[in-house]
Write a protein that binds this ligand. Structure first.
Ligand code: NAD
Length: 667
């Protein structure tokens, strides 16, 4: 049976052969054994409902084994035999181009070159899942292959509920991930309901099929590192020979060394998992691998002396690097951390003084003891960082819940007012005021032909559009425009593509719409050979309510609300998105954030042109309005400018209160 036939078949007609479990693949960690016996039976019953009764007796043994051994039922047997990667859009069996575009994006998110734990359908972040099991994948692909433009597929945390009649204008797919009744949104609730097979953690772009490999984050990380250096260096200084110390070489953290190289500094990135470190090295994302602390010290000193631009991966624990560099008096200009602390008890953070293997065992056999080890390590981690910051290091939280979890672990991390943390998040200091409040965010596109030449053409089109916009752009956004122009000019040379022919480019509402329209025209004129899928990271101006990350620079008290993310996904869905998604969790953890996004297929039609203008405008300006209402100066500037450009836009503006009026109010 060929690949197309396999997709059209969905759940196979005949029970496939059992698969061999490869020990060399990068598998997801064993999950907590959290279910009672009755709940385990329920999990098995839930899993078996995907299959005919005749197979139950055989599958029950296998699924019980998977649940007992891995803590989840992945249904490995049903993983298809064909190679998983984003094929050219014309190779998908589908009745609509829109559905074919979604199939391409799903396969890209499960491509072993892209995904972190592909066997377990995890794309990044340790638990960022596209589906919970292989039956859901097979059914979803079958629905997409057979759906018409008058139907919408509704997906509940990976489970395809089914095709429902809708209209041509409606999204083809609506995705929710991890939506819980608020009281059931503690980390153990994810463990329990995910083990039962009724919910999943979609992260931000995994469960929305919009992950494009570490490139997606390199741009944002490069902007962050460049601007962080601008904050700490004198005007005449450059990042050459200055250190950026951080941790994590996983799905997204793996972007850090590349971003450091783009910024022109020395990046030192610790990674405890040798497989992850080697993968990034082989892919060219980090220059050198070292596993000995003394050698790391001498190599770093040489790099400082020679003012090198270089990235060094240290295979080991980040805490040991902070401590060693303090002993050796190596000055660190920038410090951060991208271990997966949104997922601290299940493999996101490895404690110091425990080997990688021991930690993996302990987290499933003795979860309480493992938790204590993580918290002990976090306290020691903060103590080591403090020693550097007193010498002048600029440390910032990188959106991985480092400060939040360190505070929960009892580390001395609170500011004097006992409300804030003593170190800023990168959104508070950098991305919020410099990018999001002006509407700049991680716009992205995928060339559905799979042809690198199409990507080259889109880069050239985007560059031309950006340069044109920059001519009349106000002073306030000139630096952003220039950084983004430099980025797109260098993008091809930086060899960022892993998986599909994709590109990320920070742009504001005007830039996104103009670039998208130029792409649509180029598809129409056949300058570009096939449709383009547009999307964005959820880590953006509007899509995400996350009080410790995307909305950490909202100071009117509303950062603990999630209205913006919900409005965004609803608003996008009736303005022309091809698919929309809304997630609990993502980035900083289950229960800590609500985030959403969209995908949009451009096919060169007049209809696509109408949709992109309408939807991209709302998608960005919804967030700017909210940021403006929260009295963020840059956002007030941006929304007033947008209202001048677009008379149909009428946004409620805040009146500012004089400080003097409040000073002695309740004395
Ligand atoms: N701010 C942002 O823009 C942004 C971007 C990407 C990721 N994040 C956050 O950063 C975190 C990492 O994301 P990811 O996709 O790379 O996750 P990941 O799980 O793929 O990678 C994290 C890596 O950290 C390593 N690690 C854990 N503890 C360590 C320790 N003590 N010392 C050294 N290495 C250690 C792990 O082995 C793993 O490879 C997540 O929490 C994510 O939400 C934020």
């Amino acid at each position: 049976m060929n690949y197309k036939q396999q997709i059209l078949q969905g759940i196979p007609n005949e029970l496939p052969q059992k698969k061999k479990y490869s020990k060399t693949d990068n598998h997801a960690p064993k999950r907590k054994d959290i279910l009672s016996v009755a709940e385990k039976k329920l999990a098995i019953r839930n899993a078996l409902r995907y299959f005919p009764k005749a197979w139950h007796e055989e599958l029950i043994k296998e699924f019980t084994f998977e649940l007992q051994t891995y803590g989840r039922i992945y249904m490995y047997r049903f993983k298809p035999d064909y190679t998983m990667y984003a094929r050219p859009i014309s190779e998908y069996p589908a009745k609509t181009l829109q559905a074919a575009g979604i199939m391409l994006m799903i396969q890209n998110n499960l491509d072993p070159a892209v995904a972190q734990h592909p066997e377990e359908l995890i794309t990044y972040g340790g638990n960022g899942a596209v589906f919970q099991n292989w039956a859901q994948y097979a059914l979803t692909m079958q629905y997409l292959a057979t759906m018409t433009e008058e139907q919408t597929l509704h997906v509940y945390s990976g489970h395809p509920m089914g095709l429902f009649p809708s209209s041509k204008e409606a999204p083809r797919v609506v995705v929710t991930n991890g939506m819980m009744i608020p009281n059931y949104s503690k980390p153990d609730d994810w463990e329990k309901y995910n083990a039962l097979g009724v919910t999943q953690y979609g992260q931000m772009t995994a469960g929305s099929y919009m992950y494009i490999g570490p490139q997606g984050i390199v741009h944002g990380t490069a902007i962050t590192v460049m601007n962080a250096f601008r904050k700490v260096l004198q005007k005449d200084e450059t990042p050459a020979g200055k250190i950026f110390l951080t941790a994590g070489l996983g799905g997204m953290s793996g972007a850090q060394p590349k971003a450091g190289n783009i910024a022109g500094c020395i990046t030192i990135c610790a990674e405890v998992n040798p497989t992850a470190a080697k993968k990034r090295h082989e892919q060219g994302w980090v220059d050198e691998l070292l596993d000995d602390l003394n050698k790391l010290v001498s190599r770093t000193q040489k790099a400082i002396h020679k003012k090198e631009t270089v990235s060094l991966a240290f295979i080991g624990n980040i805490v040991s690097v902070w401590e060693k560099f303090d002993e050796e008096n190596i000055f660190i200009h920038l410090g951060s951390d991208q271990t997966s602390l949104h997922n601290p008890w299940a493999g996101g953070y490895y404690p110091i003084d425990l080997s990688f293997d021991k930690a993996n065992t302990l987290m499933s056999t003795h979860p309480e003891q493992f938790k204590e080890e993580v918290q002990r390590s976090l306290r020691r981690h903060v103590t080591a960082i403090d020693k550097h910051t007193t010498k002048g290091t600029y440390f910032f939280d990188y959106g991985n819940a480092f400060l939040l979890e360190a505070s929960r672990a009892g580390a001395d991390i609170k500011a004097e007012n006992n409300i804030d943390f003593k170190y800023p998040s990168y959104v508070q200091d950098i991305l919020g005021p410099m990018c999001f409040d002006y509407g700049f965010g991680p716009f992205r596109w995928v060339c559905a032909s799979g042809d690198p030449q199409d990507l080259q053409k889109t880069d050239a089109i985007a560059l031309e559009v950006m340069e044109h916009i920059k001519i009349d752009a106000p002073e306030e956004i000139q630096q952003q425009m220039q950084d983004n122009i430099t980025w797109i000019r260098e993008a091809e040379n930086n060899k960022l593509v892993v998986g599909s022919q994709a590109r990320i480019l920070y742009a504001d509402a005007e830039g996104r719409a103009k670039i998208a329209e130029a792409f649509n025209q180029a598809i129409k004129s056949k300058e570009i050979s096939a449709p383009i899928v547009l999307g964005r990271d959820h880590h953006d101006v509007s899509g995400t309510d996350s009080p410790f990350r995307e909305t950490s620079n909202i100071y009117d008290g509303s950062k603990f609300t999630a209205d913006m993310a919900i409005h965004n996904v609803i608003g996008d869905s009736f303005r022309g998105a091809t698919w929309v998604s809304i997630h609990n969790g993502g980035g900083v953890g289950w229960g800590e954030v609500t985030n959403g996004g969209f995908g949009m297929l451009l096919d060169g039609s007049a209809e696509a042109s109408k949709r992109l203008k309408n939807m991209l405008f709302y998608d960005v300006n919804n967030g700017i309005s909210r940021r403006s209402w929260a009295r963020n100066e840059e956002a007030m500037f941006a929304i007033k400018r947008e209202m001048q450009r677009t008379p149909e836009l009428k946004v409620t503006l805040p009146n500012l209160v004089e400080d003097d009026l409040l000073t002695n109010l309740f004395d």
